[in-house]
Design a protein around this ligand. Structure first.
Ligand SMILES: Cc1cc2nc3c(=O)[nH]c(=O)nc-3n(C[C@H](O)[C@H](O)[C@H](O)COP(=O)(O)O)c2cc1C
Length: 257
């Protein structure tokens, strides 16, 4: 799976990653409290232009507003379901009680998951290990996985305040799998050996973020598909953005040098 990445995983980037091997992609995070205001910029974040399998990633805490959003939501082709973001490390979001601050609120998350399911949509959850070391030690992530009925849980094996410089803690994956729930591993996964390791542990899949940023062909390479040169893919990305009338991500253009 291609990880959601703000300013990177626009619809063209998602299309390319899927074309060259990613089974599933995710939109960049957006609050459903913002989506119900229906501004053009908010709606553009969840617009799907083609049939690339895509989960729409949403975050927020106001259940009434989630209900309003779902009532008005019309799925487009490519839409596979919703992803609830319980991983966002932003300090301002955590202060408002959303993003990774919700990992320790399994009952509330359960209500939100059930609400989405009641509308007939698939739903999965992306979480970190807690807001800080203490929450990780208390295993708040396990309590959430045990209690909630999402289709699968994507575990980014870091707590909120942990920087990318520290290696993701893969030792948590076996206990997550032992809950009996479907677990997708995330954090520092890059090679075939990494993927095999996650399979051995019993994860149903892996999610790849930064390793795909400057190499969207990584999914095909891991699956040993024949893939084109990166230069060809960059041209394809620019053409796609033009055809969808969206502005190419400067970050992606820089990365695909
Ligand atoms: C530039 C950037 C933007 C990100 N934006 C999001 C986001 O919108 N939603 C989300 O759930 N995670 C976001 N993440 C986290 C990634 O989805 C992923 O969990 C994290 O990078 C760890 O995976 P990796 O080691 O494969 O990169 C972002 C990460 C990066 C580097």
């Amino acid at each position: 799976m291609l990880a959601p990445m703000e300013k990177i995983t626009d619809s063209s980037f998602r299309y390319i990653c899927h074309k060259y091997g990613a089974d599933l992609t995710f939109t960049e995070q957006i609050r459903f409290e913002t989506l119900i205001k229906k501004t053009k910029s908010a709606l553009m974040r969840i617009k799907l232009y083609d049939d690339t399998p895509t989960m729409i990633q949403i975050m927020g805490k106001d259940e009434e507003k989630l209900d309003i959003f779902l009532k008005e939501f019309t799925p487009e082709k490519g839409f596979q379901g919703f992803n609830l973001n319980l991983g966002c490390p932003s300090q301002s979001y955590v202060k408002q009680g959303i993003g990774s601050a919700m990992i320790k609120r399994p009952t509330k998350v359960k209500r939100m998951v059930d609400l989405i399911k009641n509308y007939g949509y698939d739903v999965n959850v992306k979480l970190r290990l807690g807001v800080n070391k203490t929450e990780k030690r208390e295993k708040v992530y396990l309590k959430l996985i045990e209690k909630d009925d999402a289709d699968f849980f994507i575990v980014h094996a870091r707590y909120r305040s942990e920087s990318y410089e520290r290696k993701a803690d893969w030792s948590v994956f076996p206990e997550c799998v032992n809950t009996g729930k479907a677990i997708v591993a995330n954090g520092d996964i890059q090679t075939k050996i990494d993927v095999e390791k996650m399979k051995e542990i019993g994860c149903i899949g892996v999610m790849i973020g930064r390793a795909a940023m400057n190499n969207p062909l990584i999914f095909g390479q891991l699956k040993e598909f024949k893939v084109p040169q990166l230069e060809t893919v960059k041209k394809e990305y620019i053409e796609l953005c033009k055809s969808q009338n969206i502005i190419c991500s400067e970050e992606v253009l820089k990365l695909l040098k």
